[in-house]
Design a protein around this ligand. Structure first.
Ligand code: FES
Length: 282
């Protein structure tokens, strides 16, 4: 038996103690159709870009009409800031139901339950490859921190962002020099963001695509990159009950069997995935 040491594979994640902790709301901000809520993490763990947290408000979670919301919400971290030794985490949310509505109602002085960082994030690109970021709607959130990380390391990281309308496109203000597309033509390019991606991928030089957004957009990105032989990593969304691999409520089919989005992802290499339109959870 060989006794040679095996290299330890890089895992794109930071880890924190299991369990939830109270995190005070540091500030909030409106971003058109979205809201940004920032919390001060008492254990000061810096997440890896693409990781997520399970969030719930300390007050008023459950017990409302129909007792909803029941479960914490999985939210990708959008940006991290240092405040002395403290870490402030920013989350960008859209009001799509009782959970996100309750979180967006949080004000300075309130507290959230916070568990994370969880899951595996984006892999760093090879030397000299452009990282092209493609986001859609609220799915642009993890690409903010990813662009921060890439640019801090000297990587080119153009951001192509698709939104429904100009009001939604206000979230593009979180990025450095974004290129925006809207469904209604209210801001930027009038059409799908994947048409912008096709144009950018026509430029010479190696590229790696990192994408997050609705299933239809992700499938278009996956198919386009596969057709052009471009590497892509896709951040998936799935309904999550536990966030740490116990409930199997978040499984997705891959070429090598079922995977749990919360621990095997949420970021997956595109070549592991099939048609992503089946991920549409309504
Ligand atoms: Fe429970 Fe993924 S959310 S296993």
């Amino acid at each position: 038996m060989s006794t040679a040491a095996q290299p330890i594979a890089f895992e794109p994640r930071a880890v924190a103690p299991l369990g939830r902790r109270r995190a005070p709301v540091a500030y909030t901000r409106s971003l058109g159709a979205y809201g940004l809520i920032a919390v001060r993490d008492p254990i000061s763990v810096t997440p890896w870009p693409g990781q997520f947290y399970m969030l719930a408000s300390v007050e008023g979670w459950g017990g409302g009409e129909g007792e909803r919301p029941f479960l914490p919400r999985a939210c990708s971290v959008a940006r991290v800031r240092s405040e002395g030794t403290a870490v402030v985490l920013e989350f960008m949310l859209e009001d799509v139901g009782p959970g996100t509505r309750r979180l967006l109602a949080g004000e300075v002085g309130d507290e959230l339950w916070l568990a994370g960082p969880l899951g595996l994030g984006f892999h760093p690109p090879p030397e000299r490859a452009r990282s092209v970021l493609v986001g859609g709607g609220a799915g642009v959130a993890p690409l903010v921190i990813w662009q921060d990380w890439l640019q801090a390391g000297g990587h080119a990281a153009p951001a192509l962002l698709g939104f429904r309308s100009a009001r939604h496109a206000q979230a593009a203000a979180l990025f450095s020099e974004p290129t925006v597309a809207t469904d209604d033509g209210g801001a930027g390019y009038h059409g799908p963001v994947t048409e912008l991606l096709a144009s950018v991928l026509s430029e010479p030089g190696p590229a790696v695509v990192s994408a997050c957004g609705p299933p239809g957009m992700l499938e278009a990105v996956r198919a386009l990159c596969a057709a052009r032989g471009v590497a892509a990593q896709l951040a998936l969304e799935a309904p999550m009950a536990c966030g740490y691999g116990a409930c199997f409520g978040c499984v997705v089919a891959t070429v090598d069997g079922y995977a749990r989005v919360c621990v095997d992802g949420p970021v997956f290499a595109a070549e592991r995935l099939g048609d992503l339109r089946t991920l549409d959870h309504g």
